[in-house]
Structure formats: C-alpha cells, structure tokens
Write a protein that binds this ligand. Structure first.
Ligand code: GDP
Length: 364
C-alpha cells in the first residue's frame, strides 16, 4: 500500500498522533479491525462519506473504504545522517515511504522537554531536513565516481544520470532540499529513480496545544506561512485532542468536537491531505454484496484501475461501464442511471476520474 512516514524530533507528539490514527473508528471501519503490520506501521481507512451513500443506494451488505499506511519513524536526532541515534535504520525506513509528514511541535509544556530547549517549529524542521539533505548528499557523492567512469567510456545513460545528480547536488550544497530543483519534464522519471529522501512530497503537521485545536496558535501560523511559501501541504492538529477523540464514538464525539470548535476530526483532515499528497484518488464499485473504494494514482487509465482489483481484469480488459458518482446518486442507482443514459462505455484510453462508479468487462 501507499505509505506516508511520520517524522520529527523526539517529544513533538509523533507517537501520540500515530496511536490516535490507529485507534480511531476510521482505522477500524473496515470488516477487518485495525491491523498492526509492524509495530510502527498503521493501516488506516480513508474517511469517505460518498461510500456510505453508495452503499445505501445499492443496498450493499458491506462497506470497504480505501486504505493507506502511516509509519511512525522514531529516532531522528541531529547527527542521524552520521549514524547518531537510530540514524541508519531511520533513513532506511524513510526511503521506503512515498511521502513525508513532518510533525512540528507547536505547543508549550514545561514538563515535556524539547531536545533543544526551545519551541521553534521552523528550526525543528530545519534540523530534521538537514539530516535528510546530508544523507542525500552522501548517497549522491558515492554514486558519482562510478557513473563518471561509465560516462567516460561512452555510457549515455550514465551521462544523463550524472546531469541529474549535478542538479540535485547544486540544490543540496545550497542548503535546499532536492524537491526544489528544476527538472526538465522528460527527466522526471529518471529523477525519481535517484530515490532521494528530499524529493519526496512533504506535509507539515503543526501539533498545537489542546486549547488551540480549532483555531491554531502563533506557532502554527508560522508553519502555515512556511507551507504556503514552499507550496507544501500543512495541517493544524492537536495530537492530544485527537487521541481523546479517537476513543469516542458518534454523538459523544460530535458533542466534544462542537465544544472545542472542531468541524471535523483533525485526523480526517490529515488522512485526506496525506492521500492527495501521494497523488491518490478513488473510484468505486457498488453492488448488493459490497460498496468499495479503490485507490489509484491520478491519471491512471481504465485498465490500470482495473488491475487494482485483479491482474486478470487489466490483462483481459474490454471496457469500463462508468457512472459518475453525482449521476449515480441523482438517478438513485445503477439501473435508473443506465436508463437515463448516464452510463458510459469507456475503452482502454479512458482516464478514470475521482468518484467514478465502475463495472469492468473483461475476457478471461
Ligand atoms: P514523540 O517522541 O514525538 O513520539 O512524542 P510523544 O507522542 O511521545 O509525546 C511526547 C509528550 O508530549 C507526551 O507526554 C505527550 O503526551 C505530549 N504531547 C503530545 N502532543 C501534545 C499536545 O498537543 N499538547 C500537550 N500538552 N502535550 C502533548
């Protein structure tokens, strides 16, 4: 599955947030309970109100939401890139994620020490990113000499890779994460293949005190401003509040949220932001047995989307019978939508849209 790593200095609230994520009703909404894949990997349901509506209309017995993974990556301290703390293990775990969520401490609490004895979310961000940049620098330098030899003996691919490595090195040596580099469109794939830590999409999580859950505070404002400048995603959340909300259900939860001025659980916002940060979107299947959300990348074709359900669906793909979610709901289900001419037969080239309700026809 798609993975978002939770990263930050010690005592900023990572575990509190991770535990809240894995205890929440959303995590357990599927027919199988939250499962701990590994102690630090949480498999979380993506909250999706459209799914309940589809199930109601189709009379589905079961609701199966889309899922994504959050990984609690502890052990980052200054010097991690040099093997301090859990350094190497830490970096290896980050390498396997598709995106990085930085938890930034935006709450004062004299009883909870901060490693640098001050609350300064941007300085924390810099400390953490610096370790990732140093790790990237080291791995690029290591690769470079081997590639230079190959390039000299006329290897075109090595030459092209070297150009990209130099683009990345220029950024990193300038103290900037590699994601800010200007990479020609045609080289994007090779660029991704460099597998750098600082080219992963990022999300800032401003972890505020309980009293600021609905409003944010002065620290989180600084974080939001930075996110805007960088074009990064950001969410304000109080991990402490979320860990309490995760234990409540329905009305109790709604009342508590209203009392503290929260419109929707911070975790729902976090999961949605993470999902779109990964470039993911959802299509549905709906029938009497189940209503289900499937995860695809933006831009995927109908056969690729079919392949998420089963490889044979992709191989033997004939067509996708497609109803847009809004049409499905407005018409009151599949049969009436078909009668109203809202069901389209789409072929191999069709780019699936978020919210499409699909039936695949395929050869076996
Ligand atoms: P980690 O080291 O980043 O995983 O941090 P933890 O989740 O273990 O949190 C460190 C301490 O900060 C714990 O005692 C938490 O209860 C506390 N903490 C986390 N979030 C908040 C918050 O929003 N407000 C306050 N006051 N304390 C928090």
């Amino acid at each position: 599955g798609f993975k978002c790593g939770i990263v930050g200095l010690p005592n900023v609230g990572k575990s509190t947030l991770f535990n809240a994520l894995t205890q929440t009703a959303a995590a357990q909404a599927a027919n199988y309970p939250f499962c701990t894949i590994e102690p630090n990997v949480g498999d979380v349901a993506v909250p999706e109100p459209r799914l309940a509506k589809l199930a109601e209309i189709a009379g589905s017995k079961e609701i199966l939401p889309a899922r994504m993974n959050f990984v609690d990556i502890a052990g980052l301290v200054e010097g991690a890139s040099k093997g301090e703390g859990l350094g190497n293990q830490f970096l290896a775990t980050i390498r396997e994620t598709d995106a990085i969520a930085y938890v930034l401490r935006c709450f004062d609490d004299d009883d909870i020490t901060h490693v640098n004895n001050r609350i300064d979310p941007l300085a924390d961000l810099e400390t953490v990113e610096t370790e990732l940049m140093l790790a990237d620098l080291e791995s690029l330098e290591k690769r470079k000499s081997g590639l230079e030899k190959k390039a000299k003996s006329g290897d075109k691919e090595a030459k092209a890779t070297l150009v990209l490595i130099d683009i990345a090195l220029a950024q990193l040596n300038d103290g900037k994460p590699a994601r800010f580099a200007d990479v020609p469109k045609d080289d994007r794939k090779a660029w991704r293949n460099l597998q750098l830590l600082t080219t992963k999409p990022v999300l800032f999580i401003a972890n505020v005190d309980e009293g600021s859950a609905g409003t944010g505070n002065a620290y989180s404002e600084i974080v939001m401003k930075r996110a805007e400048e960088e074009g990064a995603e950001a969410v304000v959340i109080s991990a402490k509040i979320e860990s309490e909300l995760a234990l409540l259900e329905n009305e109790e939860r709604d009342e508590y949220m209203e009392a503290i001025g929260l419109e929707e659980p911070g975790l729902d916002r976090l999961i949605h932001t993470g999902y779109s940060l990964l470039g993911l979107q959802t299509y549905f299947t709906a029938g009497p047995k189940e209503a289900r959300a499937w995860t695809i990348r933006e831009g995927w074709t109908a056969p690729q989307a079919a392949g998420v359900i089963h490889g044979d669906f992709e191989k033997g793909f004939i067509r996708a019978e497609t109803i847009a979610y809004d049409d499905y709901v407005a018409c009151g289900g599949e049969a009436p939508a078909k009668e109203a001419g809202k069901m389209r037969a789409e072929g191999k080239e069709y780019i699936v849209k978020d919210g499409d309700v699909l039936h695949f026809r395929f050869n076996v």
